[in-house]
Structure formats: C-alpha cells, structure tokens
Design a protein around this ligand. Sequence first.
Ligand code: 13P
Ligand code: SF4
Length: 319
Amino acid sequence: MPRLFLLWGKLMREKGDVDKGDFIGRIEILRRERNAVILAHNYQPAEIQDLADFTGDSLGLARKAAEVDAEVIVFCGVHFMAETSAIINPDKITLLPEPGAGCPLADTVTPEGIATLKGLHPRAKVVTYVNSSAAVKAASDYCCTSGNAVEVVEAIDAPEIIFTPDGNLGRYVRRITGRELIIWEGRCPVHDRITAEMVRERKREFPSALVVAHPECREEVLELADAVASTSGMFRVVQESGAREVIVLTEVGMGYPLSRKFPEVRFIFPAAEPLCHDMKLITPEKVEKALRELQPRVTVPEDIRLGALLSVERMLAIG
Ligand code: 13P
Ligand code: SF4
C-alpha cells in the first residue's frame, strides 16, 4: 500500500494538485509507519502545533522525546532545538523539516569565543543558555533554560560565572541572584525589538491587564512586567493569576497555544508584533516530506554530544 500511496502522492504533487488536507492525511499514515513523534515549539505556526503530538518549550520537548517509545523525532522548531533533542536521544532519528531554520541568538556565540573568555577568567564556570549549538554547550560547564537560569546560577559555587549567549537573560539573572556575572552580549532580535514605550502604549490601552514577559526582553521592558517567565512558564502564570487580559511580551506565535488553553482570556501583543521568521519556516508539506524521506537529519558528532550532554545533565541535576 505505501508504495502505491506514495506514487499517487508524487503524481498529485507534480500536478500541483495536493491540498493541505492531503498532506495532513499522509502525515498521519507516515507517522504510524515510521513510529514517529512530532514535536512543535510554542512559536510554531498554528497548523503545525495542531498536527504535533506534543507542544512546549525547547528543553521540555527534547525531554518528552526521551520518554516516548518512538524511533523517529520530527522536531518542528529551529536548529538548536533539534540538536538538543539529538543530544538527549542519540538512538533515535531526529529530523528538522526545514534545515535552514536557525536562531540568530544562538549564532552569536562559538566554542572559540568561549575559550577566549575562559582564558581571561580561568577560574570561572560557564553557564550557557539552551539557545546555543551543541559545540558551545560542550565547551560550557552548565546548560540552562529561560525557566531555570536563576536556579542554575544560584547553585554554582565558583568565584566567577560566565553567562552566554543572551545578554538580556544574563542581566535578568544578575538582578535576581545578585551574582556578578560576566555576560556575553548576544541578543534575540525578536525580543530585543520590544521597547518600553511599546509596552507603556499597551498598558495605557489595557490598564488592568497582567503583563508577562520572556526574559530575553530588555531590562527596561522586564521592569514593566508583573511576571517574567519562559514560554512554558507563561501558562502557569496565566493560570495562577486568573487575569482576563494579558499583555504578552514574546514571539507572537505564543498567542495560539495560550488562546487554546485559556479561550476566555484576551491575549495582547505589542502593536509591532514580535515575529521570529525562522520559527515560521516549517510547513505541513515539509513535515510530510521529512517523514517520507527520513531527511534532513540532525546529528551531533559523538565527542561533542557527550560534552554537551554533560552540561545538560548538570543542569537537570539542579532542577
Ligand atoms: P523557550 O525555551 O522559553 O521556549 O524559549 C525558546 C526561545 O527561542 C525563546 O525565544
Ligand atoms: Fe532565536 Fe529569538 Fe527566534 Fe527564539 S525568538 S528562536 S531566541 S531568534
């Protein structure tokens, strides 16, 4: 059956005659045939989140993949996320349906850059945000996420701590922990574009709204927020607050899973909506192709994988 089915699909595609419903149907069949699990980050397009088995943040998804009995992981997100999944799940095939989906923040730091900084601060421990390559994680002592960066830094007993690659997250952690961090000045262009004035404007329009911000936002923006949380942490904040209007300071795709979970709440984003183009590159067509061809795969050389896994495991041991 599959051969006939795939041949039919090929003919239809050549005719340019395949609509979205056909792709979704084929994804269902291929998902079972390949024993695959489809993971989608909270910022993915709605149609991708709808077809995913699990949605969530980068590390939560990679850990989810380790729990399920699947041979193939289709990671709908950006490259560092699929790589993190490959670090944790070396015996599974990890597919990234759009290999060009990257993260400009992750690209700001290299293992060589870390080595230079370590040379200047030989007694320092290096904490690296999960938005980084496997090679950078391997060159670091600890990994962290936006949800646990504070706990990770608090748990480290070292005379100096280097924090990479997000400068805004580093300054937030410095403020909360009171620890003197050596900060790598990388930025997420999507979050860094949100200004305090954009937030004030929304607050004027919705004076009773709760303000929730991702810690990749600038310091002066975080100061205007009622709560600072990772993408997954935002669900908890909204749940606990009981708010009916929430100003959300993160990538606009987050509006979809939030509205799905809290249909009675109004979610408001800055007027110039923060949009991560890399996160929108994956389509149902690309998911179907990846499952059919089992390509493009994301692999990590074993020595780098083991080094990166160590920094991820040190983080997990903290919490
Ligand atoms: P989370 O890990 O909080 O989902 O964030 C990832 C990210 O890329 C934020 O811009
Ligand atoms: Fe990277 Fe920013 Fe996009 Fe997140 S939103 S994937 S940090 S560029």
